[in-house]
Design a protein around this ligand. Structure first.
Ligand code: SF4
Length: 259
């Protein structure tokens, strides 16, 4: 069942306005502006407390985990996702070839932050990490091409990071302290475009956006088409050569490992 709340496309049709007005106003009207991000929204509205303290009863554990996953997906919806669903980590496919695309053909953001290759653990590190997790949540935002192809793309990518980071922080708060979120796009481009370099890489300092910026799934070779399939969503991948209908939408996705 898709999220019932705010969607970029609904906001667009409701406003009948320009791309700039749509995305900026949408973010602000939902309390998701840069000043109050989705993760702040998440912290304020998430209600579960210490759900990991479930004793030794396996069926009680299962129902608590199911309830917690449901609450987290609802939180993603409230924070601006078009849809969110829990999947098994067994459904996450990691491919070396996909991660290699960051290097060849070289992505313009390659090496610019600690969230992208060669500064991340890559497919092998992610496969190792996956061994400690059974549950994950995948989220998507259906974004009108008009926005994806405009300078407003950064706002929506930022929203994606904020939603997954917010869900991760809510899971941590309930006792799932190893939970980890992954988004898309370069955090250097999305959060630190006004700075010459990533502070962690250039100064050995702290990340400027630890509450919001999350690593890109690409650098780990996570197959997003398979994630979408596992979630039961149709992959409507944007192709600039075949799709010129800017009123259509394309999804951007994020992933949170819960554990
Ligand atoms: S300092 Fe900026 S570029 Fe570096 S990891 Fe943090 S958000 Fe990304």
């Amino acid at each position: 069942m898709p999220c019932n709340g705010w969607k970029v496309s609904l906001y667009l049709s409701g406003k009948g306005s320009t791309v700039t007005a749509v995305s900026k106003s949408a973010l602000i009207s939902k309390g998701l502006s840069n000043k109050q991000g989705a993760s702040d929204n998440a912290k304020n509205s998430f209600s579960l407390i210490s759900m990991k303290d479930s004793g030794n009863n396996p069926s009680q554990n299962d129902s608590k985990i199911s309830r917690m996953l449901k609450e987290l997906t609802q939180l993603a919806c409230r924070s601006g996702a078009s849809d969110a669903t829990a999947i098994s980590t067994g459904d996450i496919l990691v491919e070396d070839d996909l991660a290699n695309l960051c290097r060849k053909p070289r992505c313009e953001s390659y090496g610019l932050s600690t969230s992208c290759p060669p500064h991340v653990s890559g497919p092998s590190g992610f496969r190792e990490l996956l061994k400690s997790f059974k549950h994950a949540i995948v989220i998507k935002i259906d974004v009108p091409l008009k926005i994806l192809l405009s300078s407003e793309r950064g706002d929506i990518m930022r929203l994606l990071h904020e939603i997954v980071a917010g869900v991760e922080q809510a899971a941590v708060k309930t006792g799932y302290s190893s939970s980890k979120a992954f988004a898309g796009g370069s955090c250097k481009k999305i959060f630190c475009h006004d700075y010459e370099g990533c502070r962690v890489l250039t100064e050995g300092g702290e990340c400027r956006n630890p509450m919001h910026a999350r690593p890109s799934m690409s650098g780990f070779g996570i197959n997003v088409s398979k994630l979408m399939q596992a979630a039961g969503w149709t992959m409507n991948r944007y192709n600039s050569e075949t799709n010129t209908d800017v009123s259509s939408t394309a999804p951007i996705c994020g992933l949170i490992l819960i554990g």
